[in-house]
Design a protein around this ligand. Structure first.
Ligand SMILES: [Zn+2]
Length: 66
């Protein structure tokens, strides 16, 4: 998934967006959830910048993959 790929272009219906914080906390979003939360035009770069970890409350420390 490249830096310029948006959610709507890079995710299929059954894909899950996986996020992992540097503290070790992991989570995932379904395609529908990810689009609802971040917007269809969001890129992995946008998501990384915006996502706050629910475990350690740090922002911008997550790795994003599909
Ligand atoms: Zn964390």
């Amino acid at each position: 998934m490249g830096r310029k790929e948006t959610l709507s272009r890079s995710m299929r219906y059954h894909d899950r967006l996986k996020v992992k914080c540097r503290c070790g906390h992991e989570g995932s979003f379904s395609q529908a959830e990810a689009v609802q939360v971040f917007g269809a035009d969001a890129t992995p770069y946008d998501i990384r910048k915006r996502l706050r970890c629910s475990a350690c409350s740090e922002i911008g420390q997550v790795e994003v993959s599909i």
